[in-house]
Design a protein around this ligand. Sequence first.
Ligand SMILES: C[S@@+](CC[C@H](N)C(=O)[O-])C[C@H]1O[C@@H](n2cnc3c(N)ncnc32)[C@H](O)[C@@H]1O
Length: 229
Amino acid sequence: MKQSDFDKYEDSYVETVERSIQFSGLKHDFFQQAKQKMLRQVIYKHFRGNEKLSLLDVGCGVGSLHPYIKELVHSIVGVDISHQSIKRAKLNNSDNRYFSYDGERLPFEANKFNIVMAVCVMHHVHPDKWSFFLSEMSRVTQENGLVVVIEHNPLNPLTKFAVSRCPFDVDATLLSARRVSKLMKYNNLNHLDSKYFIFSPSNKSFVNQVEKRLAWLPFGGQYIAVGIK
Ligand SMILES: C[S@@+](CC[C@H](N)C(=O)[O-])C[C@H]1O[C@@H](n2cnc3c(N)ncnc32)[C@H](O)[C@@H]1O
């Protein structure tokens, strides 16, 4: 699958994801809420609500996560290799800025953003380019800023099943949290933490509390890996 094939999903990204997770009875919104909670924890723990934070979302797609996280930061910039997705992201989120690029060097100067994240993108990047991809994320992150990677957990069988059903994941090479951690360290980031999440299909607050305690167990559906520059 060519990377720009995400152009095809400009109008149907959420529906396509929902078809691949239909067996779980969960909606795309459930996963976005879960990611928002994890990002909130990470951002508040590190920055303590003290700064007007700038966030770059690398591989932002149609920007479907941005309405969920807009309260967490001051500004959001998104980039993606899919021109059509970027067009759609602009329509969906007029307060943010979006750019398409070639997937190589990020089109920003060094040390620009407080937080640079990539959500479910690295499994679409060729493994030979993983290190470069992270080095670029690191380059445009400010000193003491965060590089955040959210990914599918290859150790979770239901995640693997969902990925196998998703038409735009035909090229996917899932990578473990341990691998991301090593790559972060290799690129001079201090690897702060990896946490697993989505252990159950419930959003109830007591389930969330239990999940928080299980976050070290490598069985959640997804994980968040955080490096500090
Ligand atoms: C599964 S989608 C995730 C979109 C978005 N991050 C989200 O969570 O809704 C993967 C996205 O990564 C983009 N992508 C793939 N390779 C990329 C690269 N090297 N640089 C930037 N974006 C890339 C694709 O075009 C696609 O929009």
